[in-house]
Design a protein around this ligand. Structure first.
Ligand SMILES: Nc1ncnc2c1ncn2[C@@H]1O[C@H](COP(=O)(O)OP(=O)(O)OP(=O)(O)O)[C@@H](O)[C@H]1O
Ligand SMILES: [Mg+2]
Length: 453
């Protein structure tokens, strides 16, 4: 029996007629419907008129540009997926479009398989082939980013979006949240993956050492410089340079970095020769750079150069849902590494891990589990295997004793109150989750109130 499927309808927005013709012809070959608009304004009018399943739009057009049209289209219909087309050289505008709510972007010249896949994903006809990780998408040989929380999934989604571009990315977050791991994912998911990935910790060196580390030096540039040395920028040629703790650099260093970022050129310390470099820059900081700019500690122009895309990694205590997953992952990998026969983490221990605030974030959790695995006597990691500071914290912060509900009515009440708590008091949502009508829920709440009085 032939299946009744509605043909998708795509609005093609491009100021070049040839391009529109090519796309609409392609769509009709796929048995899709399409309509054309030759600029942003006509596109907005078309969206106002009739339903479209997706909009495929060039960013740079003469009358109304794509970005403005994107905003207006979403003002009319926020649900309509808009896919941006851009020249390879202007991916920065594509990144900006994604931030503005574009569904995805494609670079010109278009790859038709990718075009079809992207449109199908956008219209919900197909599952995304590279779905955000549920629990740790591998990106390097042994590297994976673990995290099922919504914030980590969004972050992973952003990583996949931004990695293939040339955009400079600023990674922010508290110490130990995984900034370096994210930098390396950005590199290994990029077109530069085959090239070098070089890391420099800007806080670990004095200003003059950092300068020669980054830019290299000529023989005799300073005492002890007995031969010419190439710097990290040159070593990272064709690859990625990750500047960690960028917030710690001096004003003079910031000026030099700005020049490389703007001109892709540098000179060795003590040298005259100008070297040009092809390097993508990623940076990280646990400082609030915007505040540092306000206080005059960080150059505003450099900040804007680095701030093209910001990936903020949430503290572990803000995504406690990831703790069990991370703990299991570290537990298994350290057991393997240390040839330990293990069975698991006890529920009591997991409970403490899940409640502890982890000021040192994932690194602290990783260290605690590693230590636990090494010191383990039996097959289970128990509270007694955790570092003393955490054990003491657990003693002081025992969970409040709540009496177990004894009757069905009490259990029902407890579940209702818990669900309301989880939905932030949203009664309709709570009723939906409990699979009862809103009216039933309101009646029950009323009876609890009466009992309480
Ligand atoms: N989501 C994660 N999945 C797996 N391992 C993680 C994750 N986040 C962090 N880690 C691990 O935790 C440790 C700390 O991470 P990382 O060094 O990337 O943090 P950081 O933010 O750069 O810290 P700092 O600001 O102190 O330099 C690393 O061993 C890293 O592999
Ligand atoms: Mg780091």
């Amino acid at each position: 029996m032939p299946q009744e499927t509605k043909k998708p309808k795509i609005l093609v927005v491009d100021d070049e007629q040839v391009h529109r013709y090519m796309l609409t012809t392609l769509f009709s070959e796929w048995d899709w419907d399409s309509a054309e608009a030759d600029d942003g304004r006509t596109a907005v009018a078309a969206v106002e008129e009739g339903p479209y399943d997706a909009v495929l739009m060039d960013v740079r057009m003469t009358t109304m540009d794509g970005m403005e049209a994107l905003r207006e289209i979403h003002a009319i219909n926020p649900a309509i997926p808009v896919i941006i087309m851009t020249a390879y050289s202007s991916v920065d505008s594509a990144v900006a479009a994604i931030k503005q709510g574009a569904h995805d972007y494609l670079t010109k010249p278009l790859d038709f398989d990718r075009l079809r896949e992207t449109l199908e994903v956008a219209m919900g006809h197909r599952r995304q082939s590279e779905a955000p990780s549920v629990s740790g998408e591998p990106f390097g040989e042994d590297d994976r980013i673990i995290g099922a929380s919504e914030s980590m999934q969004n972050l992973w989604d952003m990583i996949l979006h931004v990695a293939p571009t040339e955009a400079t990315v600023l990674i922010t977050g508290e110490s130990g949240t995984g900034k370096e791991l994210i930098a390396s994912a950005l590199h290994y998911k990029s077109h530069r993956a085959e090239g070098p990935f070089i890391k420099v910790n800007c806080a670990a060196l004095t200003e003059s050492l950092l300068e020669s580390e980054l830019f290299g030096h000529e023989k005799g540039a300073f005492t002890g410089a007995d031969r010419r040395r190439e710097g990290r920028f040159v070593q990272a040629e064709g690859g990625t340079l990750f500047l960690d703790e960028i917030g710690e650099t001096s004003p003079a260093m910031q000026a030099k970095l700005l020049r490389v970022l703007q001109e892709h050129e540098l000179q060795r310390v003590g040298g005259q020769e100008t070297l040009s470099v092809d390097v993508r820059i990623l940076t990280a900081t646990n400082r609030d750079l915007e505040k540092e700019v306000e206080q005059g500690n960080f150059r505003e122009d450099l900040f804007y150069r680095l701030n093209v895309v910001v990936l903020d990694v949430p503290a572990l205590r803000e995504r406690k849902g990831d703790i069990p997953l991370l703990s299991e992952y570290f537990f298994k990998s350290f057991a393997e590494k240390n040839n330990r026969q293990v069975a698991g983490i006890t529920p009591e221990c997991m409970d403490v891990l899940g409640r502890y605030p982890w000021p040192g974030n994932v690194r602290e959790l990783e260290n605690a589990i590693e230590r636990g695995v090494i010191l383990m006597r039996g097959e289970y990691l128990d509270i007694s295997g955790l570092p003393l500071t955490i054990q003491r914290w657990a003693d002081k912060n025992a969970p409040e004793e709540t009496a177990e509900p004894a009757t069905l009515k009490e259990a029902e009440k407890a579940l209702i109150l818990k669900t309301l708590d989880e939905t932030g008091g949203n009664r309709s949502e709570a009723a939906r989750r409990l699979q009862i009508t809103r009216k039933t829920l309101l009646n029950k709440l009323k009876s609890y109130e009466e009992q309480g009085r």
